[in-house]
Design a protein around this ligand. Structure first.
Ligand SMILES: C[S@@+](CC[C@H](N)C(=O)[O-])C[C@H]1O[C@@H](n2cnc3c(N)ncnc32)[C@H](O)[C@@H]1O
Length: 462
């Protein structure tokens, strides 16, 4: 691989004497591939039963639930990937969220989040407890972020499409942990993405450094006293790394640097990455203090209010009843009861006809561009409730009354949008059902006497 001379000379002062050869040679070696499991239970089952099938190799030492894999096995094309059982992620890129390692129940912000590698990793730390705000400024990238959040069955995320500046004006001293995975000149990704070499210039390095400082200042104001923040880039440039951090520390004397880490392609099994762990002085408040007035609609009062005027549409109270009936008809009594309790605690958010189970500690959403707010449950078509794919991805097989287990061929057919034919079901077994493979959800189906109709979203079909 041919690297620009100016880039090589720019990196040289960062390396020890004699290290340059090893650095340059690393560009002619194949890249490392990594994946990260959704949670510990999935990790255990897939490592025990499917390690060969998905090409698992050694664990990635710096990130829980993570493994190198053999790319010839193409785990990104396996149904497990669409089922959100793992996320394909460059191994070094797993470092920043692992360094931040938030605790369940905390309020966490991923400020520059798309496509969602680190968001989904932070979610694994949070175990769906606490609030995860995932923000991305670019609208198309924010949509990809939202779909990855849904694929991974995350129920406590608020996905926003905002400029960091606007968020800073709203969320002052709000988060326990913040990840700033800043836009950068991407030098560390040249081996993985050689096209980026052509876009590299010293002007761009300077431009990125300026933008990073602005984003970091925004993040600083959103962090609670005592909270921690990780700043990360996938570049080598000192201007975007140590210099940015040092300039930040001199502008913010209430912050201290706890740790600074660099990954190098000739020393570590991953691409180039930089991360710094920073802390705001003071004591971290408990997790139980009230968040600012949440805009949460109650199940019975506000839900469906927008539709009240529509001819023939149900009123707010009826929507609540239709939804309760849907819960009773499709889920086990244990799940339905627990879900009603979660509704009482978190509230339901309505966006038009779409219902969401709000994330815990949900902030006031007015004035924010919201793509997802908690768990997308579904919407009302006249007097019927139709569940969202996101809900299926957040379920376990034993929580629903009807699940239809598919074999491998049928699982691939399901992901293409095909129905499963040849069933002979009794009336009680007809209705919404969870299509599963290896006992994990693929998505919704709707069973009639002789077939399961496919409800996999058209936009996701292969
Ligand atoms: C390095 S990428 C993030 C990768 C992501 N954290 C992951 O692990 O998948 C940086 C992202 O920041 C976004 N971005 C740039 N400026 C921003 C700003 N002012 N506020 C929020 N996001 C911004 C870019 O569009 C880009 O998607």
């Amino acid at each position: 691989m041919t690297l620009p001379n100016e880039f090589i000379e720019h990196v040289r002062p960062l390396l020890d004497e004699g290290e340059m050869d090893a650095f340059l040679q690393s560009y002619d070696r194949p890249e490392y591939h990594g994946l990260r499991f959704r949670n510990e239970a999935v990790r255990e089952k897939l490592v025990s039963n499917f390690a060969d099938e998905i090409g698992l190799e050694d664990p990635v030492p710096w990130a829980p639930l993570s493994y190198y894999y053999n790319n010839e096995k193409r785990p990104g094309l396996h149904p497990f990937h669409e089922m959100g059982l793992y996320y394909i992620q460059e191994p070094s890129a797993m470092g920043p969220a692992a360094l931040l390692s938030p605790n369940p129940g905390e309020r966490v912000l991923d400020l520059c989040a798309a496509p969602g590698g680190k968001t989904t990793e932070l979610a694994a730390f949070l175990k769906n407890e606490g609030l995860l705000v995932a923000n991305e400024i670019h609208p198309a990238r924010a949509k990809i972020l939202a779909s990855n959040v849904e694929r991974m069955g995350i129920t406590n995320a608020l996905v926003l499409n905002e400029d960091s500046d606007h968020l800073a004006a709203i969320f002052s001293d709000f988060f326990h942990r913040i990840l700033v995975d800043a836009p950068c000149s991407g030098e560390g990704m040249f081996r993985k993405n050689p096209d980026a070499i052509g876009e590299w210039s010293m002007e761009n390095v300077q431009l990125c450094a300026k933008r990073q400082s602005m984003i970091l200042d925004n993040a600083a104001s959103m962090l609670m006293r005592g909270g921690t923040m990780v700043y990360s880039t996938c570049t080598f440039a000192k201007e975007e790394n140590e210099d940015t951090v040092n300039a930040f520390l001199s502008r913010h004397p209430d912050f201290s640097l706890l740790k600074q880490v660099r990954f190098w392609p000739h020393k570590d099994k991953g691409e180039g990455h930089f991360m710094a762990l920073l802390q705001k002085e003071g004591e971290l408040s408990g997790l139980d203090f009230a968040t600012r007035a949440p805009v949460i609609h109650s199940l019975k009062a506000d839900a469906g209010a927008k539709n009240k005027k529509k001819k023939g549409s149900a009123n707010a109270m009826q929507y609540g009843l239709i939804f309760s009936a849907f819960l009773q008809d499709n889920f086990t009594p244990e799940y339905a009861d627990a879900f009603e309790k979660r509704i009482e605690a978190n509230g339901i958010l309505t966006f038009g006809e779409q219902w969401y189970l709000a994330p815990p500690q949900c902030p006031n959403l007015s004035g924010l561009k919201v793509l997802r707010a908690g768990l997308a449950l579904g919407g009302f078509k006249k007097d019927r409730f139709e569940p969202e794919h996101a809900w299926a991805m957040a379920l376990q097989k034993d929580q629903v009354l009807r699940a239809i287990e598919l074999n491998e061929t049928e699982a691939y057919a399901y992901l293409r949008g095909e129905a499963k034919m040849g069933l002979a079901l009794e009336k009680k077994d007809c209705g919404y059902c969870l299509a599963t493979y290896c006992s994990y959800p693929l998505g919704w189906g709707k069973a009639t006497a002789n077939q399961m109709k496919n409800h996999y979203p058209k936009g996701l079909r292969r």
